[in-house]
Design a protein around this ligand. Structure first.
Ligand code: ZN
Ligand code: ZN
Length: 122
């Protein structure tokens, strides 16, 4: 008989032979060790719940690239170390800076060419 239980580490559903229940196996999805829990048991229900909460937390949280703290995806910077990370705010700022730099170069070039023509026309 085939039974199913969620991985205790990543929550993915694992199918197993019912006779192997309570054995420790390596999860095919995340490669970590998990126990094959009996479907309908209290532990099975708890693991399913924990896996759902974990998945939800991972969807709304990201880890700070500098200190590894779990920070909300919407946070502009890390509250612990102040790192900007690769937040949306920082990306927009980079695009704006690049845009204005290009604009500045174009204006300077146009001015120089205009001056050059003025000198040549004399
Ligand atoms: Zn897993
Ligand atoms: Zn940080």
């Amino acid at each position: 008989m085939i039974a199913k239980c969620p991985c205790q580490q990543c929550g993915v559903n694992i199918e197993y032979e019912a006779e192997n229940v309570n054995q420790f196996v390596l999860c095919p999805s995340c490669g970590k060790q998990t126990r094959l829990l009996l479907q309908g048991s209290r532990e099975h229900a708890l693991t399913s719940h924990a896996a759902k909460v974990n998945a939800k937390t991972e969807a709304i949280m990201k880890s700070c690239p500098d200190c590894g703290l779990q920070v909300s995806r919407r946070a502009f910077w890390c509250p612990a170390c102040g790192s900007m990370g690769k937040s949306l705010f920082w990306k927009i700022w980079e695009i704006m800076a690049a845009f204005w730099l290009v604009n500045f170069v174009v204006v300077v070039l146009a001015f120089l060419i205009w001056k050059l023509f003025e000198i040549l026309a004399r």
